[in-house]
Design a protein around this ligand. Sequence first.
Ligand SMILES: Nc1ncnc2c1ncn2[C@@H]1O[C@H](COP(=O)(O)OP(=O)(O)OP(=O)(O)O)[C@@H](O)[C@H]1O
Ligand SMILES: Nc1nc(=O)c2ncn([C@H]3C[C@H](O)[C@@H](CO)O3)c2[nH]1
Length: 207
Amino acid sequence: MNTAPFIAVEGPIGAGKTTLASMLSEKLSLSLVKEIVEENPFLDKFYDDKDEWSFQLEMFFLCNRYKQLEDTEKKYLHHHMPVVSDYHIYKNLIFAERTLEGKKLEKYRKIYHLLTEDLPKPNVIIYIRASLPTLLERIKKRGRPFEQEMDKQYLEQLINDYEAAIKQFKESDPPMPVIEINGDQEDFVISEAVFNRIADQVKEYIE
Ligand SMILES: Nc1ncnc2c1ncn2[C@@H]1O[C@H](COP(=O)(O)OP(=O)(O)OP(=O)(O)O)[C@@H](O)[C@H]1O
Ligand SMILES: Nc1nc(=O)c2ncn([C@H]3C[C@H](O)[C@@H](CO)O3)c2[nH]1
């Protein structure tokens, strides 16, 4: 189904996905698909009480991303316009497996597979790996009120979940190309050289 390069930036909360996707979009003239955060009616409620709001939140993210990727296919990919997004649809499952359980998780899995089977999938992932202290520092710096009491254990689990998911992507058949960035050390915001190196790697997939 994909008719143009589709690049997804991934990594745990606060790793710098939106920052890097925006920078790459500008430098390489790629259409940018960004996650909707501000209009999400369940995110602050979820951080306040995960058990109560997790199903609503996961469904909201799933439906939102479904609509965004459907539009992305129609507006860009179908017209041979390359795209960079600040998420891969698979992140829904990474989070849901962590936040849901029992019947709700079972239902969610079914809906996830049903909705995502015919969505456009990225041909390359840029994975920003970052440690807990780096993520906490960036979350603090960004200052979204509802994220400030972030549960360290939740974040640590997500770091591990991402590691496992990326390993699976790399080992899939055929393997998914993954550009890996050490988010603790390779600072693409401060260092132009680091950013240019990442951009050069991405270029290989769009030219
Ligand atoms: N390489 C970097 N060096 C320093 N600060 C950074 C870097 N990348 C991102 N930041 C800052 O860290 C914060 C989080 O970045 P960003 O919003 O891009 O993360 P994200 O991965 O998209 O987050 P989320 O998972 O919540 O969507 C922002 O304040 C951003 O300016
Ligand atoms: N539970 C849950 N499921 C998701 O699919 C998901 N995607 C993003 N997020 C959280 C991380 C940031 O706080 C904020 C912005 O990325 O939203 C999610 N939370």
